[in-house]
Ligand binder design. Structure first.
Ligand code: ADP
Ligand code: MG
Length: 624
């Protein structure tokens, strides 16, 4: 083409394409899922723009927000067209080849080590999966702000862009033409395509059509012309009775004008999906399997793992919305890395079924940013900018309710886990059928997201007690397992008022601590807090169920009643006085008779409101 401009793929993208082309990955179907997902994203974008400017949709067919699929057996070509936002020339150059996304090299690495391409969409490079089945791809695109262009590549390290002067004008949107490889001809079979589209479009909120063939009966005059005769007998040869009768009748009444029925293939758009969004359905009508599938399509996580839990509910009252929340099976690898710089939640926001954004800050507090899901509100206004929406007063209410529901959902993981302490009588605990699946789930949850719960206790004063219920830790009595505050309380000795804990680097180190001597001997339980964040946590968590927390390495420890303490104090008065006088006042506040030791003669204790030794250590590490 004489007006074509050539571009080289960015190096990482080129590598990615090479690997895809040469991949032995057997599940090649996934390319269709990625194309449909891109088409749907593009439609979401134009629909969002149209909220504030109706004009952008254009007129006639161009304004129809839909996806169309066509097969061309002669040209060995599969094409998928959307009437979405389209791409300008610059978009084509950037999005399809010259700018690598952050996930590109991560995905290349993953493919090289596992050979698995299934998660390609999660890494933001799903488009390139077309080269699993095609050796030549054309992307024709028309954006409102530019002319129509064609992007094309044979995946040989380069692509070309030309102004489109020969194809039919698209109006707006994108058409992707896949010139299928010889071994991928199955994707020209209508039945195969229908089956795949149905599978991959279950949660797509735009209609998808296929240009489908249909056999119809048509009546044609039956003259003596052999060709038409042959055609008719050919296409009706498999049918019996009626045709025979018709034929003999034909022969009998020779000179009358004759008519006969022949089969003809016609084409028409056939709709392949219905778009009733899952979150609009009543939760009791949605199966577990459907939720799991919805989770996979929502997050593009097409691994075999199921979400740990989900919650689907409708909020009514001043602010109405529907929501589905999921706890993903694994925390994303960078969950805490950008914790303090980013407010991004993983919830998609819809307003009256219209997708608004998946980067909306105000829906969940940071500590719940590991949750995935969707919110659809009828209360929020549709025709305002994202900024105005972000500041809308209903968002506070939505957020508050989402947090409540999220905490309930997490609590349920624990409640349904047979390995967890419920505090209830064995016979009162409702046992559900899939107990095996629920076994150990809460420990799994805690290992993935425990830190988030702790950050929540620090940040969310309103829900502090609810979050504290979700806390897990080891203790002097937990026998290497995790235990909870409720469990701790159920084991408290009579007369014990406080919840005892100690902070430090590791359980092994803490177990040897002289601070525990007396407590252990007297059979009191002490919690081990060994995560750096625990030290901060305990500055916020003052009490639980009316019990105070007492750091056993700090001043003020009271272990039950000690009748001898007054006596001891008096008889050692001279010694403590001398000792205090000998040490400098900058170094110690006080010298006291201790009730926490057994074998060790003395320990240095920090003051009740001062930093613990562990906190000093942490602060030092931070300033280094
Ligand atoms: P992702 O969808 O995760 O962004 P892809 O590799 O699937 O990654 O697509 C890359 C980019 O190409 C998209 O972000 C989008 O900007 C653009 N794109 C792909 N397909 C279309 C389309 N049908 N319409 C408009 N833009 C598209
Ligand atoms: Mg995509």
């Amino acid at each position: 083409r004489n007006n074509a401009e050539k571009f080289e793929f960015q190096a990482e993208v080129s590598r990615l394409m090479d690997i895809i082309i040469n991949s032995l990955y057997s599940n090649k179907d996934i390319f269709l899922r990625e194309l449909i997902s891109n088409a749907s994203d593009a439609l979401d974008k134009i629909r969002f723009l149209s909220l504030t400017d109706k004009e952008v949709l254009g007129e006639g067919d161009t304004s129809k927000l839909e996806i169309q699929i066509k097969l061309d057996k002669e040209k060995k070509m599969l094409s998928l067209r959307d009437r979405g936002i389209g791409m300008t020339k610059e978009d084509l150059i950037k999005n399809l080849g010259t700018i690598a996304k952050s996930g590109t090299s991560a995905f290349v690495e993953r493919m090289q080590s596992t050979g698995d391409l299934n998660l390609i969409g999660q890494f933001g490079v799903g488009f390139y999966s077309v080269y699993l089945v095609a050796d030549y791809v054309e992307v024709i695109s028309k954006h409102n702000d530019d002319k129509q262009y064609v992007w094309e590549s044979k995946a040989d390290g380069a692509f070309a862009i030309s102004e489109d002067t020969w194809n039919e004008p698209l109006g707006r949107g994108t058409e992707i033409r896949l010139h299928l490889r010889d071994e991928a001809q199955e994707y020209l079979e209508e039945s195969k395509l229908k089956e795949l589209v149905k599978k991959y479009s279950e949660f797509i909120n735009f209609p998808i059509y296929i240009w489908a063939s249909k056999e119809v009966d048509v009546e044609v005059p039956a003259d003596e012309d052999e060709s038409s005769d042959e055609e008719s007998s050919d296409s009706t040869s498999s049918e019996e009775g009626e045709d025979e009768a018709e034929k003999s009748e034909d022969e009998d009444t020779e000179k009358k004008p004759k008519k006969k029925t022949v089969k003809e293939t016609t084409y028409e758009w056939e709709r392949l999906n219905d778009v009733k969004a899952i979150w609009l359905r009543s939760p009791k009508d949605v199966t577990n399997e459907e939720y799991v599938k919805f989770y996979h399509s929502l997050t593009k996580d097409f691994s075999d793992e199921k979400p740990m839990a989900w919650s689907h509910f409708t909020a009514e009252g001043d602010v109405e919305f529907k929501a589905v929340l999921f706890v993903p099976p694994k925390a994303p690898h960078n969950l805490y890395q950008s914790y303090y710089n980013s407010n991004k939640s993983n919830l998609k926001l819809y307003v009256r079924r219209v997708f608004i954004s998946d980067e909306f800050d105000e829906l969940l507090p940071k500590f719940l940013s590991f949750l995935m899901g969707l919110v659809d509100s009828d209360t929020l206004p549709l025709n305002v900018s994202r900024e105005m929406l972000q500041a809308h007063s209903s968002l506070k209410t939505i957020k508050k309710k989402l947090v409540r529901k999220a905490l309930d959902m997490i609590r349920r993981i624990a409640d349904e886990d047979p390995d967890e302490f419920s505090g209830k009588d064995e016979k009162d605990v409702e046992k559900s059928g899939d107990e095996d699946e629920k076994k150990g789930q809460y420990t799994k949850f805690w290992n993935e997201y425990g830190k988030s719960i702790k950050l929540g206790i620090i940040e969310d004063a309103t829900n502090r007690n609810r979050l504290a219920k979700l806390l897990r830790f080891e203790s002097t009595k937990s026998d290497g397992k995790l235990t909870s505050l409720d469990q701790y309380i159920s084991r408290m000795k009579s007369g014990q008022k406080d919840i005892f804990y100690i902070t430090g680097i590791s359980k092994e180190q803490l177990e040897k601590s002289p601070f525990l001597e007396r407590l252990k001997k007297k059979n009191y339980e002490v919690i081990f807090f060994t995560d750096p964040v625990d030290e901060y946590l305990m500055q916020y968590l003052m009490d639980y169920e009316g019990k105070q927390f007492q750091n056993v390495s700090k001043d003020g420890l009271k272990i039950g009643k000690d009748s001898k303490s007054k006596e001891l104090k008096d008889s050692f008065k001279e010694l403590t006085k001398w000792w205090k006088g000998t040490l400098k006042t900058e170094d110690v506040d006080e010298v006291k008779i201790s009730n926490r030791l057994d074998n060790t003669p003395c320990v240095v204790v920090t003051s009740k409101f001062g930093w613990s030794a562990n906190m000093e250590r942490l602060m030092q590490a931070q300033t280094l």
